[in-house]
Structure formats: C-alpha cells, structure tokens
Design a protein around this ligand. Structure first.
Ligand code: GLY
Length: 372
C-alpha cells in the first residue's frame, strides 16, 4: 500500500494506492461517511463499474451499517454533458446533500470529472471522494482537482478546479478492465517518464507487459510513482498558472486535435490520442532540432511495443494538417496569440514552447498524415 499526500494549503488530501482498497472504503473513508448515519451514501458510478465492482463497495459500506443510494451514468464522454450534470445535481439536491457531505465517484475519468464538477457547484461546493477504477483515472484524472463537462465547442471547456477529499485507487479493480483501456492508461504512465523522469520512461518500457497483465507487484509502485509526480506538480502549480502543471499536457495538444477530428468517440480513446500526440510532440521536437530523430523514434517504438497507436496515417483521417492545426487553435490551453506546445529537450525533460508557428505545425501534420 502506498500513501501519497497532495499538499495544498487548507485542502491537503491523501491518495492511497493498493490492492483491496475497495473492500475497506468503510474504514479508509470513515471520516467522510460520518454524516450518513441515517441516510444512504450517494455513490455515482458508471454502469460497468457498478456491475463489476458495486457489490464489493456495497459489502464494505454495509459492514459499517451504511446503505448505498446509487446513481448510474452511461459510460463514455457523452455523459460529461449539461443534461447529465443537471440530472445529477437535481438528484443530489433531492437527497438533501449539504456542503459538509461527500459524494462518492466510482469509475473512470468521465465519472470523476462529472461528479467533481457537480460537487464544485452544488451549494457552491460540497465534498467528494474519488474511487478511480481505470488506470488512466488512477494515475491522472482522479488526482489534482480538474473537473469538467464538455461543451459543443470542445472537450472539458466547462469546469472548475475542485479537489477531492480523498482518493482510493484500488489496483485490484484494473483486472476487470479491457486491455484496450489498460493500454490507453499506460500512455499516461509513459507521459510521466517523458515529461520529467528518463529512468521511469525506461522502466515503464521494460515493465509494460507486467503492467498490462495487472501484476500487482509492478502496478502499485508504478501508479504510486505517477501519483507522486503529479502530487508534487499540483502542489507547486494547482491552477496551472506557472508552466509546471502545463507539462502534464505533454502529448495532449496534438492528441486533442485527433480526438476532435474523430468526434471524441470510441474510434480513438483519450489515452490512444495522447500516445499519438506524444509521438507527434517528440517528432516535432526533433524537427526543431531539440532532440535527435533517433530519440523521437525511441518514444514511438516504446509505445508501439505496448500496443499503442503511433502513426496518424493509419487512422485514415479525412482531413489535412491545417484542419488539425485549427483544432489546436481552439484548444482550451490556447492563449490569446499563441498555442503553447509541450516539447522535449530530451527524453525526460519537457518544456513549454510559446513560439511555435501553427503553419509549421500544419505542414508537419501533412507530412505525418502521409507518412509510412
Ligand atoms: N490531466 C492534466 C492535469 O491534471 O493537469
């Protein structure tokens, strides 16, 4: 079991990583269950998480005398909508949730983002506990307090920073996850190595079969390492006002353009888009003479070995580089006159470049769309 503290003045919280945490929610989250003596605990879960893991959570809470009031969310980005937010906040208000209550989120990034945002605005802010059940949510989205729904203009454009009170990442949950989802989460694990820890990148490359095979001796320290890196970054730059937290967007500006072009659909999962985005960011760094082409291909080869997509030509997109660059212009990280790109000085050292010409990006994307 690993405990990592996210140190934020007045709002510090703990992230626990380990197998079996879901069976001990009654004890681990005891302090946040107190007000539910006579009421059922509100748990928001996606349908898959409830079907596969709901009974374990129920058994844990039942052992401490708590019933659950379930709210089910359809899996997929479509649930991060105004309509679902309205339905959820009405449901929470019907249950008389107060500012001192905590709502429990069981699922991946969609559930965590939706519940976090609902809790950010409900009565101007109530508490929530994250029970992330996907690799991607355990290493990234459940930690750090970014909460959001999607707008027709783009992904995560309506949201708030609202930190959870506790995160319990049960690595045992990952055994129920489809391999494609595991791989998508693994892309975010590679990201931590590439942005700030070359040794970790090499370790993840070597250990990716064990991670994908849910070997617990490998998973727990790897997830804890990612959470530790993220906790330090969030403590330093909670609201992304410095460049520190922006580094966590490595691969995301290129990746979001691909997600936008594929309609934020199952055709390309977020983690798959991040994998492609990291390869593009590495190759673009090589194009600017920052790293060697051989190093850029080391990134592509490691991700390919883990079964992740690395060539955008294989996506069969019906668009050109200018269209993709246009999506980047609309990215929420875009500033008034520039789109900041996270590029590499070396494998393990990312930085924010604000002098990137989008016409150059469009030309590069045209080459990549035709390559191989
Ligand atoms: N997922 C990037 C961040 O939390 O900042």
């Amino acid at each position: 079991m690993a405990d990592i503290d996210v140190a934020l003045a007045g709002r510090s919280y703990r992230v626990k990583v380990g197998a079996g945490l879901l069976d001990r929610v009654h004890a681990e989250a005891h302090a946040f269950l107190d007000p539910y003596g006579k009421r059922a605990v509100p748990v928001v879960a996606d349908e898959n998480a409830r079907r596969l893991l709901g009974e374990r959570l129920q058994a844990s809470l039942r052992s401490a005398g708590h019933a659950i009031d379930w709210y089910e969310v359809t899996p997929g980005e479509g649930s991060k909508s105004w309509a679902e937010l309205e339905r959820l906040t009405d449901w929470l208000l019907d249950r008389g949730i107060t500012r001192s209550d905590h709502v429990f989120a069981l699922g991946g990034g969609v559930v965590g983002d939706l519940v976090g945002f609902a809790c950010a605005i409900l009565k101007r802010g109530c508490g929530f506990v994250q029970l992330p059940t996907t690799l991607l949510a355990q290493v990234d989205s459940s930690v750090g307090g970014k909460t959001a729904i999607n707008a027709s203009a783009g992904k995560n454009l309506i949201g708030a920073f609202h930190q959870p009170a506790l995160v319990l990442a049960d690595t045992g949950c990952l055994a129920t996850l489809p391999q494609r989802e595991m791989r998508a989460g693994l892309a975010e694990v590679f990201k931590y190595g590439l942005l700030g820890d070359a040794g970790f990148f090499a370790r993840v490359d070597k250990d990716s079969p064990a991670i994908l095979g849910c070997d617990d001796d490998t998973l727990e320290p790897v997830i804890a390492h990612c959470v530790g890196m993220k906790a330090r970054i969030v403590a330093d730059d909670e609201r992304e006002t410095k460049d520190a937290r922006a580094l966590l967007n490595f691969g995301h500006t290129f990746g979001h353009a691909l997600e936008a072009e594929t309609g934020f659909s199952d055709r390309l999962l977020h983690g798959e888009a991040v994998a492609l985005g990291m390869v593009l960011a590495a190759r673009f760094s090589a194009r600017r003479g920052l790293i060697s082409l051989a190093d850029a291909e080391r990134v592509a080869n490691a991700l390919a070995r883990a079964g992740l997509p690395t060539e955008i030509a294989a996506l069969g997109l019906d668009c050109d580089g200018t269209t993709l660059a246009h999506h980047m212009r609309n990215d929420k990280k875009a500033e008034a006159s520039t789109v900041p790109f996270i590029l590499l000085r070396s494998l393990g050292e990312a930085f924010v470049a604000r002098d990137v010409d989008l016409a150059d990006v469009a030309a590069f994307m045209d080459e990549q769309l035709r390559a191989h």
